[in-house]
Design a protein around this ligand. Structure first.
Ligand SMILES: Cc1ncc(COP(=O)(O)O)c(C=O)c1O
Length: 373
């Protein structure tokens, strides 16, 4: 029987291949490999896509982890400072806080969505807290209004880690551009993915943008003038060409993701498995279709035996990762994050997945739970 892969980038690559090759031919003629014309073009296109009105700037960079480091360091956050972030995310969110020299302090997440719970954020603040990094987990916008209110009340910066949420909307506006700074990863599997590593920062803060622009290029503010200790974190021209070619497809691909999610919801009605609730006032773009069950391992094994690929995002919450053992968190510190990590199972969902494959996956899930169709 044909397998249903967890992810297949083939259909997306096929859609843009001709455009990418045409742009690459142009780029080869100009040798614009690192930074340069094609990067600047993509930065303009990304600002236009986010549609955030006047003054938004995008700064392309090497990857989504470095994007967060650049933002925090650009804000002057470092040793002695604390940054609140969720324990439910890819490791890179908290890793970036630590790489900036600050201490990640965790706040528990909403049990159903895995996004930061604002009341828990409030409880995690100390006199050293300088910023909150909200992750739009799996493509679902975090509760930005509530987080903004806390940040304003306490004089904190609010950062969006929008690595998993390109094109998601919160109250009708695209995420990433709705806080002091937003960061994106364009890792190949993301909703907007490069053919390798890539990332970007967006911000309305012109001074912050200037610092980040310098820091991604060894702290250079003018040729041979290095004002900061920065990074070699420039975006590659070849990746910018891929991203520029894919932006035109992003809304269509996100619509397709949403339609597949809706099909899962319909096909799994009455099955005792937790499904990602469709948010009110926000547009979820289903980077992942995150199902939940306390029988996660057994369900994953059953699906694997049925030829269905799945993923776990992420099986160990960040506060329990060995790299953060020095922070001294014990099991039980963030119960919702720990339960989410134990129960979450991502089902196949990607542009180009035939809708009938969703039905096949759903039938295998039903079979596992002995739920009649
Ligand atoms: C939520 C989140 N933050 C940060 C990152 C880091 O991005 P990158 O892999 O491009 O460094 C990722 C993706 O890998 C992510 O999913």
């Amino acid at each position: 029987m044909r397998k249903v892969p967890f992810i297949d980038l083939g259909p997306q690559t096929a859609a843009v291949k001709a455009d990418v090759l045409r742009l690459w031919e142009e780029l080869f003629a100009k040798s614009a490999f690192s930074g340069g014309e094609y990067v600047e073009r993509f930065e303009r296109e990304w600002v236009a896509y986010l549609g955030a009105g006047h003054g938004l700037q995008a700064i392309g960079c090497s990857d989504g982890t470095t994007a967060i480091v650049l933002v925090l360091r650009g804000m002057g956050i470092g040793p002695g400072d604390e940054v609140v972030c969720p324990p439910t995310s890819y490791f890179a969110t908290a890793e970036a806080v630590a790489l900036a020299g600050a201490r990640p302090t965790f706040a528990d997440v909403d049990a159903a969505t895995g996004n930061l719970d604002p009341s828990q954020v409030e409880a995690a603040l100390t006199s050293r807290t300088r910023a909150v990094v909200a992750v739009h987990l799996a493509g679902r916008p975090a509760p930005l209004d509530e987080l903004r209110a806390i940040a304003d009340r306490r004089g904190l910066r609010l950062v969006e880690d929008a690595a998993q949420a390109q094109g998601a909307e919160y109250r009708g506006r695209r995420v990433g551009a709705l806080s002091d700074a937003g960061t994106f990863s364009f890792y190949p599997t993301k909703n907007l993915g490069a053919f390798g590593e890539a990332g970007a920062v967006v911000t309305h803060d012109a001074a912050l943008a200037a610092r980040i622009r310098a820091m991604r290029d060894h702290g250079q503010t003018a040729r041979h003038r290095h004002e900061h200790i920065g990074y070699n974190a420039r975006l590659h021209g070849m990746q910018a060409c891929v991203l520029a070619s894919k932006v035109a497809w992003l809304d269509r691909w996100n619509d397709e993701r949403r339609a597949l999610a809706e099909r899962y919801r319909r096909s799994l009605e009455g099955v005792p498995v937790g499904l990602p609730p469709e948010p009110m006032g926000a547009r979820h773009v289903y980077h992942l279709f995150a199902a939940r069950t306390p029988r996660r391992e057994a369900l994953a094994a059953h699906l694997d035996a049925s030829g269905v690929g799945t993923g776990s995002h992420y099986p160990t919450p960040i506060h329990l990762q060995p790299a953060f053992a020095h922070l001294g968190h014990r099991r039980g510190a963030f119960p919702n994050a720990e339960r989410y990590a134990a129960e979450q199972l991502s089902l196949p969902l990607f542009p180009g997945l035939p809708p009938e494959d969703v039905d096949r996956v759903a039938a295998a899930v039903r079979e596992f739970f002995n739920a009649p169709a």
